[in-house]
Design a binder for this molecule. Sequence first.
Ligand SMILES: Cc1cc2nc3c(=O)[nH]c(=O)nc-3n(C[C@H](O)[C@H](O)[C@H](O)COP(=O)(O)OP(=O)(O)OC[C@H]3O[C@@H](n4cnc5c(N)ncnc54)[C@H](O)[C@@H]3O)c2cc1C
Length: 317
Amino acid sequence: MAEILVLVDHADGAVKKVTLELLTLARTVGEPSAVFVGSGADSAIATLAEYGAAKVYVADAPELDEYLVAPKAAVLAKVVADVAPAAVLIPSTAEGKEVAGRLAVKLDSGVITDAVALAADLSATQSIFGGGVIVTSKVDTGTPVITVRPNSSPAEPAAAAGERVDVSVDLSDSDKAAKVTGSEDVVRDARPDLAEAAVVVSGGRGVGSAESFAIIEALADSLGGAVGASRAATDAGWYPHQFQVGQTGKTVSPQLYIANGISGAIQHRAGMQTSKTIVVVNKDPEAPIFELADFGVVGDLFEVVPQLTEEINKRKS
Ligand SMILES: Cc1cc2nc3c(=O)[nH]c(=O)nc-3n(C[C@H](O)[C@H](O)[C@H](O)COP(=O)(O)OP(=O)(O)OC[C@H]3O[C@@H](n4cnc5c(N)ncnc54)[C@H](O)[C@@H]3O)c2cc1C
């Protein structure tokens, strides 16, 4: 079966869920192998094998952690040259898309970003033009390099060998052009990462103030979800910019997206319209976001959201 490389997204060896989704997806089109760059491979290999990685290519030279994305593209290019895989799958994060672009240039291959599905013939489904159009594309030059959005497919275990194969690369001067001079862990609350969360509860201008975001957080917490916000809410300073969903914010594709007091501007839709189930709470029945809704409530979010939270918490207890 054709080998499919999956670039591992991890933090010091803690493998991110999107990697497990990509390994699962890779099994539908070939035999997945993981490519691990950086430190912490020992703790990651068991998880990668559990989710179907037949091989784990490991490049863990200390200097790889010292530079930004370029070394990842260099390692992938080396493995591609060695094993001639049928495709390379990369998480569609900001970093992943940059790695993909650099890799495609190195390989002289076509690249597809932000895929949400992949067919057996490696044609990819993308949501483009701010999410207004769905297209199917296929790379016809070189080794397809495809970035896949988190939450596009499930992560299902299927044990495989996870054989470690060490890889060494000589980084070029251009790979070392941007050096990491310091790093700091993001202070995180207990909520899941916005880009990876299965449930996202967002608030917009209709929430009205920073204090009122407490009711959005309470609903998110009742569902074990992440909190998102429209740009109107982040620009107003009601919620931090890192939680903005949309064209100039994060792209999310959760199982459930609940939009509260958000009108549904094209720039917001671009970041959330591939969500599996969309629930809308808005007092304006003409709000464009209702066009996307699987379920909608025309009503005041200050009445609807607390009741919804209370009901969910009641059913949980
Ligand atoms: C280049 C560019 C990039 C952009 N990028 C982004 C982006 O990444 N993300 C993003 O979100 N936007 C982005 N925007 C902004 C976007 O165009 C909209 O202005 C923004 O999404 C509007 O946010 P909103 O829906 O919260 O506010 P509004 O459009 O003002 O909508 C507020 C909604 O709340 C409803 N409402 C009010 N009170 C209540 C209540 N009590 N109960 C229930 N409903 C209520 C109203 O009926 C209304 O539908 C971008 C714009 C540009 C030009």
